[in-house]
Design a protein around this ligand. Structure first.
Ligand code: PSV
Ligand code: MN
Ligand code: MN
Length: 388
């Protein structure tokens, strides 16, 4: 078997988690645009995510964000998800939308505020116990805007101590995943700005702490696939937040801005053993659809990841190694680029049909009547949770 047939089975194990917040109204700090039919409740967000999975077979889990997706009974919410053919996934904490967090949360100088943030993380772990979720994802807005505003060094110590208290409650089958971001909302110093800082804290915490790599959280020109290779080598790559960016943390559709970068990242994921359900590397989207429709936006996103995964799986690694070790620069580069330039779209359409899925999931969505149904049923849809 060669070509697409040789990789078809490997595609079957792909799972890309959808963020509940991708289905709510969103925008920038200039304007949040309302769309008809957007979900009013966590249940409706889950139903929309389930529709994406039904049409693509690619997104069996949905990530929640607390408190945006707060409900009385999380066991019931998990059962609701199961009834719709999906499971609840990563629990995203939120310590950035409360006046108390003006100067930070887990890295705040005031013990009272740190304790409040730690208590929120503990509440998230209790939710994970109820939903059966594996991962607690922590992204912090903590940092400072001006030199001298805070003591950079002490903030690292406070952060380490707070994280330790959170980690102490992480169950044997659970993980703490620490996301980094180089700037915003702090514009001078962010307390977890880069993979190295996240890695250092995760190593100090222990074997159930991992780094989350959000593809939009790097300075322009950063070689993200190098970070992927290094974290996999160190056994500390826990998850991806996929999206694409032209300028900053744009949260646009993954693969839209730079498909070649997505290909390079996925090649290193596969090369480093980070692909597939057993790898422990979770694929997630972290996106907002501000001006385009949300459900087809999510469908397009998971298809983009699948397409670049297929192309990355097509790299002839044996020939590549030979060319590399012969010092044949041009041959090695050509082997790599040949896979990138392979159009797999019609093979993937056949592959989907052979598995009882629509050949064109976006067209199937347009023909499904689901859009008209939710527009008729849902009056007064919710904001995603924050403006951007
Ligand atoms: C803020 O930058 C952010 O986009 C992070 O990437 C988080 O993963 C996400 O919000 C949800 O909290
Ligand atoms: Mn993210
Ligand atoms: Mn982000």
């Amino acid at each position: 078997m060669t070509g697409f047939d040789a990789i078809a089975d490997q595609l079957a194990g792909q799972a890309i988690e959808l963020p509940s917040w991708a289905f709510g109204n969103s925008g920038t700090r200039f304007k949040v645009f309302s769309q008809p039919g957007v979900p009013r409740t966590p249940e409706e967000k889950i139903a929309d995510a389930a529709k994406v999975h039904e049409l693509t077979g690619l997104s069996p889990t949905v990530a929640l964000h607390i408190p945006w997706d707060k409900v009385e009974d999380y066991g019931k919410l998990a059962a609701f998800a199961a009834d719709h053919g999906v499971a609840l996934g990563t629990i995203n904490s939120n310590t950035f939308q409360d006046d108390d967090y003006k100067f930070g949360s887990l890295a705040h100088f005031d013990r009272r505020v740190r304790d409040k943030a730690i208590a929120h993380m503990h509440e998230c772990i209790e939710i994970m116990d109820a939903t059966g979720s594996r991962d607690l994802k922590i992204w912090l807005a903590d940092g400072t805007n001006y030199p001298g505003q805070g003591d950079i060094r002490s903030r690292q110590d406070w952060l380490a101590d707070s994280l330790q208290q959170v980690y102490a409650r992480i169950g044997d089958n659970q993980r703490l995943v620490l996301e980094y971001k180089f700037f915003e909302p702090s514009f001078y110093a962010t307390d977890v700005p880069d993979w190295g800082t996240s890695y250092a804290h995760c190593v100090a915490l222990g074997e159930r702490a991992f780094v989350c790599l959000d593809t939009g959280h790097h300075a322009p020109g950063t070689n993200i696939e190098f970070i992927v290779a290094q974290l996999l080598r160190l056994g500390k790559l826990g998850s991806f937040d996929f999206n694409s960016r032209f300028y900053a943390d744009d949260d646009l559709i993954v693969g839209a801005a730079d498909p070649f970068q997505l290909f390079r990242i996925l090649f290193e994921v596969i090369r480093g053993g980070g692909y597939g359900p057993e790898s422990g590397v979770a694929f997630m989207l972290d996106q907002c659809h501000n001006v385009e429709e949300k459900i087809p936006g999510q469908i397009r996103s998971v298809l983009n990841v699948q397409e670049m995964t297929a192309r990355a799986l097509l790299v002839d690694t044996e020939a590549l190694t030979q060319a590399q070790q012969a010092g044949d620069v041009l041959a090695a580069n050509q082997i790599f680029m040949d896979a990138f330039y392979t159009d797999v779209r019609s093979d993937l359409a056949d592959w989907r049909q052979s598995r009882g899925l629509p050949a064109d999931p976006v067209a199937a969505y347009n023909a499904s009547g689901y859009r008209d149904q939710i527009i008729a049923e849902r009056i007064g849809g919710d904001q995603a949770g924050w403006g951007a």
